[in-house]
Design a protein around this ligand. Structure first.
Ligand code: IPD
Ligand code: CA
Ligand code: CA
Length: 256
């Protein structure tokens, strides 16, 4: 199998999982619990989506390792392949009935992401990429924007779950960026933020303290769409800035 074939498999799994999530979306009796704190919620749709994806991987690639947000890591030390899954990215939106949520599936070979999909089921948007093969939205090629003029940029960010207790909470950056750019958005799904950056809908995106499952597929989308992704912290998990080189050259200095 080549990277394209793996990507195609992930597209199918994301479609099945996405269809499952739609059964729960805006249902009045959606069950949920909180995780680390009240800001961090988990619904039965997250679990149902994860079940479908993990069962699909296990039946298709029984030797591969898996890292998935809700069920953790099941690793095979003899395998070079790791599937990294966020079964529902944007759970707060999902629980509120807001349609900006996604399923993110990435495949790493020896630690390098070689295929990735971000699927927004309600929006009908399937983003996909494979190493060396470009990035796509619903099978059409996408490219990062080339806007290098700060005052006309539209940017996206998020706020970490520990923002109430951790001083490095991104609020200073948000205040600074807001006064310099045309727009700033907080979509609520890091995977969609990266996918929209890959498609040029956002000129730049940054966020602190994410997990690998939030960003693995999205980072490949951006790089395969001709953009760059930079790490902006050494001590805050996955903290990233993404966009085209032109955009980030104009934007980067605003982020501390
Ligand atoms: C969250 C979303 C959100 C980001 C959070 C993530 P989840 O993922 O990606 O946009 O700001 O930091 O944890 O919890 O909905 O899978
Ligand atoms: Ca997530
Ligand atoms: Ca999630």
């Amino acid at each position: 199998m080549n990277y394209h074939d793996y990507m195609t498999a992930a597209v199918q799994w994301a479609e099945s999982a996405g269809m499952e999530t739609l059964k729960y979306f805006r249902s009045s009796n959606l069950r949920s619990v909180t995780k680390q704190n009240d800001f961090d919620v988990l619904t039965e749709a997250d679990k149902a989506s994860e079940r479908i994806i993990i069962e699909s991987i296990r039946s298709t690639f029984p030797d591969h390792s898996i890292l998935s947000e809700e069920s953790g890591e099941s690793s095979n030390p003899d395998s070079d392949w790791l599937w990294v899954i966020d079964p529902l990215d944007g759970t707060t939106n999902f629980k509120q009935g807001l349609p900006v949520y996604s399923i993110s599936i990435a495949l790493q070979y020896r630690g390098e992401t070689v295929a990735g999909v971000v699927y927004a089921p309600y929006l009908g948007e399937m983003f996909s990429a494979y190493k060396g093969g470009g990035a796509y939205l619903n099978n059409h090629p996408i490219h990062c924007g080339r806007n290098g003029r700060l005052s006309t940029m539209v940017t996206a960010t998020g706020m970490p779950y520990d923002r109430a207790v951790h001083p490095d909470n991104n609020l200073g950056n948000i205040a600074r960026v807001s006064t310099q750019v045309r727009g700033i958005r907080r979509m609520g799904s890091a995977a969609i933020d990266l996918a929209y950056t890959a498609a040029g809908y956002f000129d730049a995106y940054w966020e602190l303290n994410l997990n690998l499952w939030d960003v693995a597929a999205g980072i490949l989308l951006v790089t395969e769409a001709g953009g760059i992704v930079e790490s902006i912290r050494t001590d805050r998990n996955h903290s990233v800035m993404a966009g085209s080189r032109e955009s980030l050259d104009a934007f980067r200095h605003l982020i501390e």
